[in-house]
Structures are given as C-alpha cells and as structure tokens.
Design a protein around this ligand. Sequence first.
Ligand code: KIV
Length: 285
Amino acid sequence: MARKKISINDLYLKKSANEKVSWLTCYDFPTAQFQEAAGIEMILVGDSMGMCVYGYQGTIPVTMDQCIVHSEAVRRGAPTAFVIGDMPFMSYQESDQVAVANAGRFLKEANVDAIKLEGGVRTASRVQAIVDAGIVVCGHIGLTPQSSGQLGGHKAQGRTAETAELVIKDALAIEAAGAQLILLEAIPPELSAVITQKLKIPVYGIGAGLDTDGQLLIVSDLVGQFQAFTPKFVKKYCDVAKIYTNAFKEYIKDVKTQAFPEDQHCYHIIKGEEERFEEMLKKFK
Ligand code: KIV
C-alpha cells in the first residue's frame, strides 16, 4: 500500500512517541525515488549540492534558481516524504522581505513542505517573518556552513561552556521565533541532549550524537559518492564511487575489445524485409 504523505503533525507525533526520524539530503529525481522506496521520512534539498553536485568548493555560490530546480525534481521523485528546501547564501540574509519572498518561491515553484535557514539569535527575525507568511521553518544552528568563514572553517561548535551556552541561546531564540523544527550540526552529544530535552519542537542532528529526535546525513557521504573529504560524523553505507568506476572501466574494456554491443543489444532489419533491404543496398554499390 502506498505510504500516506508525511506532514508536520506526523513529525510531532513521532517526537512524542520517541520514534527516531530518518532524514537524508537529496538533489535529483532518481535518488529521490530510491529514498522514497526505502521509506525515508524527511528529505533536505541541501545547498550542499554546491559541493556534491556542482563541484564548488563550498555552498556560497549556490543560487535560489538551482535550489528550486533541484527541489522540484526531488519532490517529483518523493511525493510522500517531508521535503525541505534549503535557503542558499544571500537568499535571506539581506532583509525579512527578501527572506519571505525566497521562502515563498520554494512552496509555489517546488511544492516543498518547509524551508531551512541557518543561524540562531541573529536570524530570529527572518524566521518569524517567514513563519508569519504561513511557511513551516526548520532552523539550523551549531556549525552553519554558510558562515564557516566567520567560524574559522567547518569546525564543531559548542565544545566549551561559553560556546555551548551560545548554542542553547540560539536554539531557544529559533523556537521562540516560531520555527517548527530545528537541526543541530556538529555539536557535542551532551549539548544536543540538553537542547532536545528543553525544546518542544522536534530537534534533529547531523554530527550531534544519538539523543536527538532524528538523524540527518548527506546522501553523497552515505553512498560514498563525495570524494573531497569525509567529516568525522559520516557513516558510509556503500561505495558507489568504486561501483561506478569499475562499471565504467568494464564498459571501456568492452568497447575496445568489441565485447559490447552483443546481438541482444541490436535492432535487426524486420523479418521479411531482408530481401527488399538487400535490393535497396544495390543503389549504393
Ligand atoms: O545543505 C546541507 O546539506 C545542509 C547540511 C549540511 C545540514 O545544510
């Protein structure tokens, strides 16, 4: 039986039942179909597409138009998952008005269920403005890759008492601003456990330990597709780089040795047409 569409209410029910939620990034239609078939509950069309799909050094160059196109494709492939569009750098930083307009594009053009944006206390007014427009918002605090320059790189956050307090204040500010979900990235499990206890909204983690309401991973890390680096929190479940490269090597070898194509891969002249075909060829002798 086809699965019922997952709604924000379902995510709250899972939190109260202490049922952990599975969440992955996704950027394209076929992968979305595989994730949907596997039963993934949430999908983030992350601006990590900058590195995972486009080969950029980071997320900064990613545009709204790229995020919309990829979100549309993912939505088509995963009709029942809870799909979140990720607001790219400078799609919300400038003003509340710009933030609302861009968040609205995700819903109108890509039919996603929610949007995600980075930042704590300093992003609270953006969160509130988008929520006031009737859009479900997922906050994202801890390591926030779009401001990794200010953080001194892609570094875990909240590892001292002072910085952990800042992360807690960020979480409280985002919940108070009306976000209905929040993601904690690369913070100590001791800290994410406290935040998950303290907040009423579902709290998910990537590199934040076990004691959250669910886990997010980047699909390209999970399947072994992203080659540049592997963060400590990644668990690799398969190695598509190896599978793809071996398949490509086999193909190249088959082409060179004429092991491919075989007869089963060919379209022959239709039975009964052979004589007329031979006759026709005489014109070209
Ligand atoms: O874009 C993304 O995939 C993200 C994760 C790193 C959390 O925002």
